[in-house]
Design a binder for this molecule. Structure first.
Ligand code: ADP
Length: 448
């Protein structure tokens, strides 16, 4: 099977636009009638549903932001009575109350379909086994992949996140072809396999579907080598539906992820002005859910920074998005320089002697913020050098490490524009994913 839904996935763009336009018109009418929040917000701008004739009018409507969801906690933005929903999910949220989302039966069917499309794009086929190591629960990852896998006709193994011993046992004994989890947890599994001397060749797994947090090519290389898989990206957020808003094609890895734009209409806007940006430029990703019933969102400000572009691929007509650099909230501002942790990950990638395992440590000295990066050196390198003490001053390190230290500092300075203290560390000394998302920033300023 090349596509889960060939008609939609290869629909000529003109036809896709018309479909989106019709869906948007219906959505606007539906929300105006049913959700006081939208009626009020649009009325303030003198807008009525009849003003929205197609996606080209979308920019007239105001954004919906995370705080609107919080202000209407828990069910105030629902467009259906709660008793007509068949499931609720919630995202953790960094502060205070979670963000709640509801699904009608049709929404769950849509969710399952977009995940099934994503699975086929990832290289899955009916009959393959899917080890689902996303967390089950209020988080959308576990159940999202579960229903999509079942719809496709895969054999889903609902192991959930964490429990590394059990994951390894299942990989060896159940012999799944596919695993899905966060990229940081896939790094962990790669390392645990190596630590136990389990060769990836002895496993049957050939595909890892990774998402729920930002990751770069450095992690892709580590996981592909460490697990013997092709690693593909899956993206999504609970507010829009969950995982499966977009997905990479396994044969087009590294060129971006197809957004299933018949359901989720994307825009990229300037993070400061909110103005729509031309195709290809980087900004905040904004989505309008064209078909959701229980909790549709109009121009939802995801806070994720990326770009979108048509690649005119032979395979599908839908637009692609590049990797997420990070959430706008995760952006660090250090001495006036903005940076995302993934930029450091990018910088590390070219250094053969390093692992893509790093931590950023932010601290404050007087009135100035400073940033240090701790990054692990590969075990075989340290072994070959007779296990030097990495805690000593860089000048005292063996030549290879001294040069590495200087070259990394230079690379970071050039690519990011910041001088960072660099600490080379023993492999395994930086916290690993326990099964879910990994926070790579240690902020010592908090509370200070
Ligand atoms: P929570 O808010 O609890 O973390 P969500 O699953 O809703 O739960 O999180 C969605 C967010 O996770 C996205 O907005 C994005 O920041 C991040 N994310 C999800 N998938 C990816 C991905 N493939 N690459 C980068 N970031 C991702």
């Amino acid at each position: 099977m090349k596509y889960f839904n060939p008609e939609i996935e290869t629909m000529p763009l003109g036809q896709l636009r018309r479909l989106q336009g019709e869906r948007l018109q219906n959505l606007a009418a539906h929300l105006y009638e049913r959700v006081p929040f939208y009626k009020k917000q649009w009325a303030e701008k003198g807008l009525r549903p009849a003003d929205i004739k197609g996606v080209e009018d979308l920019h007239k409507l105001p954004f919906t932001r995370k705080h609107h969801l919080r202000d209407h906690y828990p069910f105030g933005l629902f467009a259906l009575p709660v008793e007509d929903t068949i499931r609720l999910h919630a995202s953790s949220g960094t502060t205070g109350k979670p963000t709640v989302v509801g699904y009608s039966r049709r929404d769950i069917n849509t969710f399952s379909e977009v995940v099934a499309r994503s699975l086929v794009a990832s290289g899955c086929q009916p009959g393959m086994k899917l080890q689902n190591a996303y967390g089950y629960g209020l988080f959308t990852g576990g159940l999202g992949l579960h229903y999509g896998g079942e719809l496709l006709g895969m054999t889903v193994i609902p192991v959930s996140g964490g429990m590394t011993e059990r994951q390894l046992l299942l990989l060896q004994d159940f012999r799944p072809e596919v695993i899905c989890c966060t990229p940081s947890y896939a790094q962990r599994l790669s390392e645990e396999l190596a630590a136990r001397g389990i060769s990836p060749d002895s496993l049957n797994v050939h595909t890892a579907i990774l998402g729920a947090e930002p990751w770069t090519e450095a992690i892709r290389s580590q996981v592909e080598a460490g697990m013997g898989v092709k690693a593909v990206n899956i993206y999504g957020l609970s507010e829009i539906i969950g995982p499966g808003v977009s997905n990479e094609d396994h044969e087009e890895r590294g060129t971006g992820s197809y957004i299933w734009e018949d359901h989720f209409f994307p825009e990229i806007v300037d993070k400061d002005t909110g103005e729509p940006l031309p195709e290809g430029e980087f900004g905040v990703l904004v989505f309008t859910t064209l078909t959701k019933e229980a909790m549709p969102l109009v121009r939802y400000w995801t806070n994720d920074i990326t770009n979108i572009y048509y690649e005119h691929s032979e395979k599908r007509t839908h637009i692609k998005m590049g990797p997420i650099r990070g959430r706008a909230d995760d952006m660090l501002i250090i001495r006036g320089v903005n940076l995302f942790p993934t930029q450091v990950e990018e910088a590390i990638k070219d250094f053969e002697l390093l692992l893509p395992s790093y931590q950023l440590i932010v601290s404050r000295e007087g009135a100035l913020d400073s940033l240090a990066v701790k990054v692990e050196v590969k075990d075989e390198v340290l072994r070959a050098l007779g296990r030097p003490n990495l805690a000593q001053k860089p000048e005292a390190l063996p030549d290879a490490l001294r040069h590495l230290h200087a070259a990394l500092a230079k690379k970071i300075k050039e690519s990011i524009g910041l001088t960072m203290a660099i600490a080379l560390a023993e492999p395994g000394s930086i916290p690993r994913s326990e099964g879910g998302k990994l926070n790579r920033v240690l902020d010592l300023r908090k509370g200070g």
